[in-house]
Structure formats: structure tokens, C-alpha cells
Design a protein around this ligand. Structure first.
Ligand code: FAD
Length: 183
């Protein structure tokens, strides 16, 4: 069951701590909750903003729409070989905590990307990078919900059209694709 709140302060949801208000606000903890939200008048009749950790968003005024706070959590090992490991991580996981988890497990690949603020779900949008490594170097595919159809959609690394701080999610799929899992 989802809970849509009205006139919610966003100060706890952006790293600047700006006290802008969301006309409507809903936290999403599961795919079922997201699909339920897509059927509500608040979603259908209002603009929406997907929010991760709020570290790359500067609110300059109240948001007259629906803020969807992504809270999907979970890390799961999909497969491993002698030299590789394949992990699924949900989009509400904090990026740096995921890096630390991998370092602790002695899985190499993303350690250069430690301390980048934000969540897993925002990371592919600008293809986060630091010290010569980008997330595109390790992502096999991303899975999410197409917000126009409500259908689950998977994009391979090539289909994400990653570039320097670039991807398809800044263009054709802007605000229309809610990341659930990075694989
Ligand atoms: C101090 C500082 C240092 C930084 N250093 C780096 C760096 O070294 N390298 C680098 O690449 N970036 C860096 N950044 C940028 C920032 O870390 C990234 O943009 C990060 O991915 C933002 O994550 P977030 O969860 O806070 O996103 P938010 O600010 O919440 O959202 C950013 C965008 O992602 C969208 N979004 C969020 N979650 C989802 C989701 N689940 N599905 C669909 N859309 C979603 C939002 O709608 C918005 O368009 C830095 C930022 C700061 C403030």
C-alpha cells in the first residue's frame, strides 16, 4: 500500500538541505508500489520528479508535482566464476556503501568511484566516473520500469549509449524510466 503525502518538506531529501516543498511525495519500496502509484490521479495529473539521494538536484522553489523517492534496496550475487562476479544492486542503495561492500568482499572494479555521492539508480544517468573509471565499464545492463507503459524494460550496456557524463537517460528516456536494478 502506498502513502502519498501532501506539502512535504524536501529538506531531508536533498544534500543542500533546501526546504522546498513537494506538492505530493511518495516513497517507493517495491515494484508493486511503483505500479500502484502509476495508477493514481496524483501521478496521472501531475508532473513528476524521481529522487535518489538528492545530491545532484538544486531546488530553487517548491515542486508543484509528485516527487517519487526511490527506496528500493537489496544486493544479490547473480553468478561468479574464478575471476569474475556478477552482482545485482537495487537503485535505492547508496552508491558509496555499495563500493565499500565490494571492497570489503575484495571485488575489484569500482573502487576508484568511492565517495561519489548519491544512489545506484542515479549513477547510470550521467555515467558517473572518477580517476579513469566510469560506471559504464562495469554495468552489463540496467532494468527499470518504463513509466509510460508501466512495463519492465531491460537495456544492455550498448543500449544505454553511455558517453562522458552522458547516456540515453538524459535524452529519449529522461524522466520516463525509473531504474530498479543495475546488473
Ligand atoms: C560533492 C559532490 C561530488 C561529486 N563527485 C562526482 C564525481 O566524482 N563523479 C561523478 O560522476 N559525479 C559526481 N557528483 C555528481 C553526483 O554524485 C551524481 O550525479 C550522482 O549520481 C547523483 O546521485 P543522487 O542519487 O543523489 O541523484 P539525485 O540528485 O537524486 O538525482 C539526479 C538525477 O537522477 C534521477 N534519478 C535518481 N534516481 C533515479 C532512479 N532510480 N531512476 C531514474 N532516475 C533517477 C533524478 O530524477 C535526477 O534527474 C558529485 C556530486 C557532489 C554533490
Amino acid at each position: 500500500m502506498i502513502k502519498i503525502e501532501e506539502n512535504v518538506s524536501l529538506s531531508a531529501y536533498n544534500t543542500f538541505g533546501i526546504d522546498a516543498k513537494a506538492r505530493y511525495f511518495c516513497s517507493i519500496n517495491s515494484e508493486d508500489q511503483l505500479l500502484e502509484l502509476l495508477e493514481t490521479p496524483e501521478y496521472k495529473n501531475m508532473p513528476h520528479l524521481i529522487l535518489g539521494g538528492g545530491s545532484n538536484i538544486l531546488f530553487t522553489k517548491d515542486y508543484e508535482g509528485l516527487v517519487i523517492k526511490v527506496n528500493l534496496k537489496g544486493i544479490e550475487i547473480k553468478s561468479r566464476t574464478a575471476n569474475t562476479i556478477s552482482v545485482n544492486a537495487k537503485s535505492g542503495e547508496v552508491w558509496h556503501e555499495f563500493v565499500m561492500y565490494c571492497v570489503h568482499e575484495q571485488w575489484g572494479g569500482i573502487e576508484n568511484l568511492s565517495l561519489i555521492p548519491g544512489t545506484m539508480g542515479a549513477a547510470p544517468i550521467q555515467n558517473i566516473g572518477a580517476y579513469g573509471v566510469e560506471i559504464k565499464d562495469v554495468v552489463e545492463c540496467v532494468e527499470g520500469i518504463d513509466l509510460q507503459t508501466g512495463k519492465r524494460k531491460t537495456l544492455t550496456n550498448a543500449e544505454c549509449y553511455f558517453g562522458y557524463r552522458e547516456s540515453i537517460f538524459k535524452h529519449e528516456l529522461k524522466e520516463n524510466f525509473l531504474f530498479q536494478v543495475l546488473l
